[in-house]
Design a protein around this ligand. Sequence first.
Ligand code: NAP
Length: 325
Amino acid sequence: MKPNILAYKALPDDVLAYLREHADVVTLDDAALSPGTLAAALKDADGAIGASVKVTPAMLEGATRLKALSTISVGVDQFDVDDLTRRGILLAHTPDVLTESTADTVFALILASARRVVELADWVRAGQWQKSVGEAQFGVEVQGKTLGIVGLGRIGGALARRAALGFDMRVLYTNRHPNEAAERAYGAKRVELAELLGAADFVCLQVPLTAETRHLIGAAELKAMKPGAILINTSRGAIVDEAALIEALRHGTILGAGLDVFEREPLAADSPLLTMKNVVALPHIGSATRETRHAMARCAAENLVAALAGTLTRNIVNREVLKRP
Ligand code: NAP
């Protein structure tokens, strides 16, 4: 008998067709999704695929058939992984396929913030370009500066490559373990967070959101940055204490910020961040190219089909589940 799969995010037609070859598929409209409807639909599912929705332990209470969850993301902060493991539910994610497009977004934010691309494009649109530009419109250089990567893993590595080989930047990073490949290939130097904050012209956050990394960057860390430095966050909003960031930007503690992620998403239209010229705010588009989003959906669908067949060997978040009798 085919397993039951619940898709709680819209999928490309060919990916849905692939799932239907292997399973009976129920789709939920993600625009109208509430925790209650998702919990009710999970009761009949052997597996589920989706993204961008918090899946809490309470929502899984009735999901007695559920064997696998497949998230269309690399980040797994929408799940209580320990709880899934206790329940014997395997969690799969989509690393690697989104690494390059996300590193591009980081670099787009570095360049946009340093060269004031969004602010000055708005200035031209508003008809303010009436003579050749002067100091008031100058940005800061990127080439040859120091980049600090907080969390040099897959995306951090792709960022280090762009910075070291493309922009002749010095790369500093923090990690719990050394990333020897990045040290060899890009001259990346592992330092303590305090040293990175004090030396970097651009501080890029690329750690996963966990209990340990929540509010990793608060008032004290922002104060430890150079006054001319720019903070880039394309990881998860809650890694930064957003209220402290707003204060730091208001008082000129740092030069600017390029943000793809926020503590609350979508970002409220009345957020003080949107009134600041030295902030570039994006709507969580780290991996959002047509090609990458398609590859992520396909990868997550293949992960789920293989997980339900008992043949998945990669992209597994809680491998401990496989060791259970
Ligand atoms: P990854 O390969 O696992 O890299 C994460 C790095 O963070 C690792 O090198 C890890 O090294 C380091 N790290 C430092 N402190 C850590 C801690 N306390 N806990 C865990 N790791 C710590 O992940 P990735 O594929 O580069 O993705 C990183 C994150 O980017 C994702 O989790 C996601 O939140 C975010 N992301 C955002 C978007 C977007 O649309 N904006 C898109 C893709 C990904 P050690 O283990 O040695 O510490």
